[in-house]
Design a protein around this ligand. Structure first.
Ligand code: ATP
Ligand code: MG
Length: 409
């Protein structure tokens, strides 16, 4: 997303005698030459004026002064300068007041690097020294840090997340205030906590985030999370080298030596979806299953795994194994190669591809349907895929007879 489109909104507002600026994260990211993903605009125009000037809009948060304006199919949030009243529940202000001065609007923002505004000519309004702090690579609260974290405890985690995303340190007063207010994080909805942790894990420096969480005792309110970040801290830098959020989570959980059960408890605590939970716990299980034998990854081992878990999962798993501490670079290459070769060499990969069906077996063996069918088909698949049993009805039925005998034995 570029500032170019949004500049039309600034222009229109200015032409009608209003002030208008890009503000917050987009200014920060633009100054850092990082990709800008959402562009917020602030103005002294009241929401009613904004609505009047931009017929193509959605009144997303009129009470808070926000109108979403559409330009060429893209939405931009235009928010009237405002201050916030007393905060409730350590998160939200009870009410907001519109104000006429930009500086008052910037003062309500969380960190100096997020409290800058920029006009169409790219001139900066920076009353809290955000640009300096960007140069010093510091996350610093705007105003009195203790107060700011007490107003809204989500800022504690936003602070950690920005440090991780940008590779920044936390300014000492801000850090001290985080240590004091850390227990307030318990008041924040778990979905918001998860969202920030996800961003932290997906960032360029997840280990910085883990270190700050440990240093500030931020997850002290939850013993299991506290232990996770403590025990995974030393290895958490590896998370950046795996793709995909479930893989990142599973590597972190595994680095903390969390077994599958405990990993599941973390997912549930963070109210992850069933799908995410299954993916994460699945990887953790596979990692535990592989670790002791990993030194000599026989093709058969991957073969069995491929049959159990499928190609997609195995490929992702190989991506995690690639960065596991007990793994060596040299072995990694052969591991991926083994995986690919094993998969390519398989004449069949699923039960459906076998030259016989369950019904064929019932007829040939003259047996009633029962659990034995799945068991035998599964055994036939392993033999055909990995051990050279030809995939022909005759060979499979012969083999099935032996399997049934064994099964019933
Ligand atoms: P990103 O979009 O990369 O997650 P951002 O800083 O743009 O980061 P947003 O949630 O998009 O974050 O918020 C936009 C701006 O609103 C912020 O830059 C900041 O100025 C302000 N802001 C957001 N959340 C808070 C908060 N909890 N307390 C104070 N100001 C906030
Ligand atoms: Mg943003």
């Amino acid at each position: 997303m570029t500032l170019h489109l949004a500049s039309r909104i600034l222009e229109t507002l200015e032409q009608h005698g209003y002030e208008a600026y890009y503000v917050g994260g987009c200014v920060r990211d633009w100054l850092l030459s990082r990709p800008v993903h959402d562009i917020d605009i602030c103005t002294n125009a009241h929401p009613g004026d904004v609505i009047r000037l931009f017929p193509d809009h959605v009144p997303t948060g009129l009470k808070h002064g926000t109108v979403s304006v559409r330009i060429d199919g893209q939405f931009f949030e235009v928010t009237t300068y405002r201050t916030e009243g007393k905060y409730e529940d350590y998160r939200r202000p009870a009410e907001v007041q519109f104000v006429s001065e930009l500086k008052l609007d910037l003062a309500r923002r969380d960190f100096t690097m997020n409290a800058m505004a920029m006009n169409r000519e790219k001139e900066l309004q920076d009353p809290f020294g955000g640009r300096d702090d960007l140069a010093k690579k510091l996350v610093r609260a705007v105003g009195e840090p203790l107060e700011r974290f007490r107003e809204d405890a989500l800022r504690l985690l936003r602070c950690v997340r920005f440090a991780a995303q940008l590779g920044f340190s936390i300014e000492p007063h801000t850090l001290a205030a985080m240590q004091k207010t850390a227990p307030l994080l318990a008041h924040i909805a778990v979905e918001r906590v998860r969202e920030e942790l996800n961003k932290m894990l997906a960032s360029e420096s997840p280990h910085i985030g883990c270190a700050i969480i440990n240093e500030t005792g931020l997850c002290g309110y939850s013993p299991v999370l506290q232990r996770l970040f403590r025990d995974a801290a030393a290895e958490s830098w590896r998370v950046v080298h795996v793709q995909g959020l479930p893989q990142k989570w599973s590597l972190l959980l595994y680095a903390a030596r969390f077994p599958a059960e405990e990993s599941k408890a973390v997912c549930q605590l963070l109210k992850m979806s069933k799908r995410e939970t299954e993916a994460i716990v699945g990887f953790v299980e596979l990692l535990h299953r592989l670790q002791p034998r990993w030194d000599a990854p026989e093709p058969v081992e991957w073969g069995q795994l491929l049959l159990d878990a499928g190609w997609d999962t195995c490929e992702k798993l190989a991506g995690i194994l690639r960065v596991c501490w007990w793994n060596q670079q040299a072995q990694t290459h052969s591991m991926m190669q083994t995986l690919v070769e094993t998969y390519q060499a398989m004449p069949v990969r699923t039960i459906k591809e076998l030259a016989v069906t369950g019904l064929d077996l019932q007829v040939a063996l003259q047996k009633k349907a029962g659990e034995w069918i799945v068991h035998v088909l599964r055994a036939l698949l392993v033999q055909t895929a990995l051990h050279g049993l030809p995939n022909t009805p005759e060979a499979l039925i012969e083999a099935a007879k032996k399997e049934v005998a064994q099964y019933e034995h």
